[in-house]
Ligand binder design. Structure first.
Ligand code: G6P
Ligand code: MN
Length: 442
């Protein structure tokens, strides 16, 4: 039986992904979708909802779950990995601890992101170790695992030849939002994103003519730029949209919204330090409600999904990539893979995020203009820390982790870096054997 395995299958993100895959249900006739997780209850709920959605769509798909990694990966043709080691509880620690040291606490950016990589990277490498033994030869490994840039960096190092694509819904999310403003379908837009994950810029955003219509492909970024000038400045620019709009106004380019954490670090830090709950703490309650809703819908004769864990672009992107690969079509997506010189201004041989034509034979980068000096300078600093930290995570090397921490632009000094590393390592100790038990072989 053909198999698609979702790692972290019990995640609240999964139902929307399954629903998006059902758009082309015939491609999956006779398939088994396996949800692999470490926690049973959410996996059970999501699998039963997945099966109900598949049945309602008259799809010939069996949706199951397992807590056994080998069983999950046995014979898999596609693996979609979205693990979150330590769950929201450990994410909350990554968000809280840096705040005590005067630094932004965030899931993927700054100290929190570096710390998350120590947990995520060994898990993803271990999945690939197992997949190479158990999955179908030539399997595709599509990864949403965060922090995506560092995970990608580590995978490129350990498994340079894997059929691996790392994804992030940030560029496609921005694309969806801009499409709404322009009142066009999102797929008519093409973004020349270049950078790394959660840090990059777009200087050309092309709108293609509607199918069957003549016309030119136009760059609509000048229009967005002029609109941005009229959107009132909201200070402090905390909301993702407003941070993004401010960046457009001040730089004239379209940013990855996560750049706001670097450009407006002070104002965002002071906002975060006043909040009662961190994002993860807030999400704990929200996710609980989602599972209750999923359970209810799973039991309904006409299951629906009206509550969502993420932006529509999140499930759409993962599903579109898988459907493209499975159908044998070609599609253009913004992916993370090795920069072979196709992202001018960033180091060759390392992870980068860029548009590529993706098909069953692999991916081919789409040429993009170089980052400007000003854009590249910050991104290279962020990336330098990420490259060091990916290695630290693989080796369990504390002093390399300190080097990475001190290199990150949000960390004010080496002394603070030392404290952050020690405190974060200790907080996540149970999930970081490579740093503690001296048995690391990587
Ligand atoms: C976007 C980013 C992801 C990130 C997520 C966080 O989708 O691209 O990398 O994990 O936002 O959203 P959350 O709701 O968990 O704060
Ligand atoms: Mn992302």
């Amino acid at each position: 039986m053909n198999k698609l395995t979702i790692v972290g299958g019990g995640s609240a993100y999964t139902p929307d992904i399954l629903l998006s895959l059902l758009r082309e249900k015939d491609l999956f006739a006779g398939w088994n979708w396996v949800l692999y997780d470490v926690a049973e209850e959410p996996a059970r709920i999501v699998a039963s909802l997945g099966q109900a959605l598949a049945n309602a769509a008259c799809a010939d798909v069996k949706v199951t779950y397992t807590l056994d990694k080998e069983e999950a990966l046995d014979g898999a043709r596609f693996i979609l990995a979205q693990p979150r080691p330590g769950g929201l509880r450990h994410r909350a620690l990554d968000e809280r601890i840096p705040l005590r040291h005067g630094v932004i606490g965030q899931e993927t950016v700054g100290p929190g992101g570096l710390s998350f990589a120590w947990r995520s990277i060994p898990v993803v490498i271990d999945l690939l170790d197992t997949a190479f033994k158990r999955a179908e030869p030539g399997f595709w490994f599509i990864s949403y695992a965060n922090p995506a840039g560092m995970v990608c960096e580590a995978v490129l190092k350990k498994y340079p030849n894997a059929r691996f694509l790392a994804l992030c819904d940030e560029p496609s999310g921005v694309q969806h939002e801009i499409a709404k403003l322009l009142r066009v379908e999102p797929w008519r837009l093409e973004m020349e994103y270049r950078g790394i994950n959660h840090a990059g810029w777009v200087d050309h955003l092309y709108l293609k003519p509607a199918p069957g219509q003549d016309g030119e492909t136009n760059d609509v970024l000048p229009k967005i730029r002029s609109w941005a000038r009229w959107i009132p400045s909201l200070v402090p620019p905390i909301g993702e949209v407003f941070g993004t709009v401010r960046l457009i106004k001040e730089h004239g380019s379209l940013p990855d919204p996560y750049l706001r954490y670097y450009y407006y670090a002070d104002v965002i830090f002071s906002h975060l330090s006043k909040l009662k709950m961190t994002r993860a703490e807030y999400l704990m309650g929200r996710v609980e409600k989602l599972y209750a809703y999923y359970q209810k819908e799973a039991a309904s004769p006409k299951p629906q999904l009206r509550m969502h864990r993420g932006h529509a672009s999140h499930s759409d992107l993962a599903a579109s990539v898988i459907l493209t690969l499975l159908s044998g079509r070609k599609g253009r997506f913004i992916i993370q893979q090795r920069n072979e010189g196709n992202v001018p201004g960033l180091p060759r041989g390392h992870a980068a995020q860029f548009p590529a034509d993706v098909g069953p034979d692999g991916w081919r980068p789409v040429p993009v203009p170089p980052l400007t000096e000003r854009q590249g300078a910050l991104i290279r600093r962020i990336q330098e820390a990420e490259i060091l930290n990916a290695e630290a995570a693989l080796r369990g090397d504390r002093s390399l982790a300190v080097e990475a921490m001190a290199t990150n632009p949000l960390v004010p000094s080496r002394a603070v870096a030392e404290k952050l590393v020690d405190e974060l390592l200790e907080a996540h100790r149970e999930l970081l054997p490579q740093f503690f038990d001296g048995s690391s072989s990587r």
